[in-house]
Design a protein around this ligand. Structure first.
Ligand code: HEM
Ligand code: SF4
Length: 554
């Protein structure tokens, strides 16, 4: 786990101090809201439907127990006792008072956290696989590279006023758990002839124009990472459109100019920029890597208790079957703690739950916690001998829902309950779907299923890459929900296809139920997932399930 250096600390404290002055001037009336806006956005402060909102970065999703406790403290002292973990490995507080935000930032700075570059047209929080360092399938730990990118991009003078926001994600495994191809730059670690490097894709993105990133470089050696990123950013800065906000992302430049053209620009800039890097970035990387050295793991404990607990307790077994992932060490497991209890708001954690998770990470998880883009919390290092005790403690804290990867593990943006841009509500739809399938007791039978919901075309809830995507729209003042099918947020990324006309808020839950029942009726057997069945059969049987009346009429 990375700890802020003296430089980081001084920088963050200084920024918080400057923002305090700006807030004071806003409160005294010396600054209008319009003048204040760019200043607050530089510090992660939005003006939402009901209140200001503070977005705090959790770089590559990595957070220590002390940092988690600090979030709990902030939630209690200055918000309403909870926080919302997002798809970009941030946490959002929905109810701060403007006057309190400087104190919140000071409090964060004490534990090496901040809200810098969590908004604005700049390089946003660098995201990464939430299983980094622990996954059995990992080629290399992506976090040192993500941290190097964070240090390079934070306050980089050239990249503070890009044409539009800019997002970078890094994955260290062949199985992509960071949706890399939906980012402006996606970095996928690969091994070629024994050497580790990156496959680099550019121009991915969701939002109103969803596009899958295209590979701009098949293999980038590790030592070229920063100069190559700098070349991409510099090319984007020159060709990215500034005349139209909706066409300003790198993805539009790639779409309009073509990947060949972009590649030529990037490689030309790279040739110019490469000699300017004198190797000191590699020294920094070396120092960072030491902080991410693999932790010492226990080889001398028996895992017999785990097997016994599995045999004795079906509730534990069900949780273990869904919420554990394979660890690089056979005696350990990666535990995903669901923040998707049936009927709860996806991604919300109370301050009490944050504290419990911090304590459990210390007791059973060598002090490491992650936030996943799927809005859950991960304990990446738990010895199998501790799993039964961990599960019992999670149950007591109402955190033991056994639904990771299942139909109620829904990604949902805050939607019209909080967001000023929303056209429909997302949270209640997620809650109702989860509750309905819980009632039907079909969740485990359905198997792997990704439902993702956004409250407007900005796609913060990743609906384009949901096996079933739900997009909330406004139709003449009435909430309407459009369904997309066949989206995929993994290494085989695909954007979902629109199924047909949207559904009212009363129709959408029964429609999803018909769709899922339709899948159960057509799948080959229980091992064929919804996505596989969709790819095998195409959209027709799924549309027929969604729109039965129209099929009869036709
Ligand atoms: C204050 C609340 C929020 C506002 C105003 C907001 C605004 C936006 C806008 C305008 C876009 C479209 C960007 C573009 O296409 O250029 C966007 C995209 C996105 N936002 Fe949000 N958002 C908010 C909250 C969230 C939350 C809560 C999440 C996570 C749950 C999130 C994650 C994302 C993601 C993943 C994208 C898609 C990235 C892409 O287009 O490539 N945002 N957001
Ligand atoms: S998708 Fe729309 S409604 Fe949802 S958080 Fe993003 S901007 Fe708000």
């Amino acid at each position: 786990m990375y700890h802020h250096s003296e430089f980081d600390r001084a920088f963050v404290v200084d920024r918080a101090q400057r923002f305090r002055d700006q807030v004071n001037r806003r409160i005294s009336g010396a600054l209008t809201e319009e003048e204040f806006r760019p200043l607050r956005l530089m510090n992660g402060v939005y003006l939402q439907l009901h209140a200001y909102m503070l977005r705090i970065a959790i770089p590559y999703g990595s957070i220590s127990p002390d940092q988690m406790r600090r979030l709990a403290h902030i939630a209690d002292r200055w918000d309403k006792g909870y926080g919302h973990f997002t798809t970009r490995q941030n946490i959002q507080f929905n109810w701060p008072k403007l006057v309190d935000i400087p104190d919140m930032l000071d409090s964060l700075a004490e534990v090496g956290m901040h809200a810098i570059q969590t908004s604005g047209n700049t390089i946003r929080n660098v995201t990464a696989d939430h299983f980094s360092g622990a996954a059995a399938d990992e080629i290399a730990d992506p976090r040192p590279y993500a941290e190097l990118i964070r240090q390079w991009s934070t306050d980089h003078p050239e990249f503070q006023f890009l044409p539009r926001k800019f997002k970078i994600a890094v994955s260290g495994s062949p199985n992509d758990r960071a949706v890399v191809k939906s980012h402006d730059i996606g970095l996928r670690m690969i091994r070629q002839d024994g050497e580790i490097g990156f496959e680099v894709s550019v121009g991915g993105g969701l939002g109103r124009t969803p596009l899958v990133g295209k590979v701009v470089r098949d293999f980038l050696p590790v030592r070229d990472l920063l100069p190559y990123l700098e070349a991409i950013l510099s090319a984007y800065n020159s060709v990215g459109r500034r005349d139209n906000k909706y066409k300003a992302r790198l993805k539009i430049a790639v779409q309009e100019l073509g990947i060949e053209h972009i590649r030529e620009l990037v490689e030309a800039r790279f040739a110019e920029i490469r000699p300017l890097f004198d190797g000191s970035d590699q020294e920094v990387l070396e120092r960072i890597s030491q902080q991410f050295a693999a932790p010492a793991l226990q080889d001398d404990r028996s895992t017999a208790d785990y097997d016994a607990a599995r045999d004795a307790d079906p509730v534990f077994r069900s949780w273990a079957d869904t919420n554990l992932h394979e660890h690089r060490h056979p005696d350990y497991a990666i535990v995903t703690v669901s923040l998707k209890k049936h009927g709860a708001t996806p991604g919300d954690a109370t301050s009490e739950q944050m504290r419990v998770l911090a304590d459990l990470a210390e007791k059973y998880g060598i002090g490491d916690l992650r936030i996943s883009h799927e809005q859950n919390v991960v304990l990446p290092y738990v010895h199998r001998a501790d799993l039964a005790a961990l599960h019992a403690a999670l149950r007591e804290a109402d955190l033991a829902t056994a639904n990771i990867g299942l139909i109620s593990d829904i990604i949902a943006c805050p939607g019209l309950d909080y967001c000023a841009l929303a056209t429909a509500r997302s949270i209640p739809i997620a809650q109702q779907i989860a509750e309905r399938f819980d009632e039907l007791k079909l969740e485990h039978e359905i198997g792997e299923m990704k439902i993702k919901i956004s409250g407007c075309i900005n796609a913060c809830g990743h609906h384009h890459v949901g096996h079933i995507g739900i997009l909330g729209l406004d139709r003449a003042g009435v909430e309407n929900y459009q369904v997309t099918l066949g989206g995929d947020g993994t290494e085989t990324m695909a954007v979902g296809e629109r199924a047909g006309p949207g559904f009212s808020k009363d129709e959408i839950i029964p429609a999803i139920e018909r769709l899922v029942q339709g899948y159960l009726a057509v799948r080959e057997d229980a091992s064929e997932t919804f996505l596989q069945a969709y790819r095998r059969l195409g959209p027709d049987p799924f549309k027929a399930a969604l729109y039965p009346a129209e099929q009869k009429a036709a």
